[in-house]
Design a protein around this ligand. Structure first.
Ligand code: HEC
Length: 143
């Protein structure tokens, strides 16, 4: 009996790591593994493609798209006062570099039904460069 109990504990312990080993790659908003491979100066130029629709500070006037201040770690579709598509308003994720990377690569397929009229940034390096710029420029300085 004692032996069986011990065996059961052992089996449970052995199984536990497998349960928690589900890859949580880039689920952490503070993970900078994409932006760290980018060039923020080039990224600033790439942001010209977003500028018509997005500002980067909370106080700047809203354009066609929501302001992108404090983007990393923010709930998708969570900017108060912006009328999002149903797809983005109901999206249940936080903006991490990985999510932003996938969104920018193919906005349509990443989240079908969203209303961001942007074809996407096809080059992986462009996304890294833009991400490096956004990491620096979306953080609101404490007044
Ligand atoms: C033609 C206008 C337009 C362009 C260009 C554009 N966007 Fe957008 N963007 C939007 C709109 C509109 C939304 C809201 C979409 C919705 O509600 O489905 C949006 C949403 C977003 C969101 C989600 C924000 C949130 O609050 O969840 C991010 C991030 C974003 N855009 C980044 C970018 C970046 C980076 C670029 C440039 C590479 C870009 N966008 C280019 C119009 C644009």
């Amino acid at each position: 009996m004692k032996f069986i109990a011990k065996t059961a504990v052992y089996v449970a312990m052995a199984a536990a790591p497998a349960l928690f080993a589900i890859p949580a790659a880039n689920a952490d908003p503070s993970d900078t593994s994409i932006s760290s491979q980018g060039d923020a100066t080039k990224g600033q130029r790439l942001f010209n493609r977003c500028k018509a629709c997005h500002n980067l500070t909370a106080t700047a006037r809203r354009r066609i798209g929501p302001n992108l201040d404090n983007l990393f770690g923010r709930q998708a579709g969570g900017r108060e006062g912006f009328k999002y598509s149903k797809a983005l308003a109901e999206a249940d994720f936080v903006w991490t570099e990985q999510n932003l990377n996938d969104w920018l690569a193919q906005p349509r397929t990443f989240l079908p039904g969203n209303k961001m009229a942007f074809a996407g940034l096809r080059k992986e390096q462009d996304r890294k460069d833009l991400m490096a710029y956004l990491r620096d420029s979306t953080v609101e300085a404490a007044e």
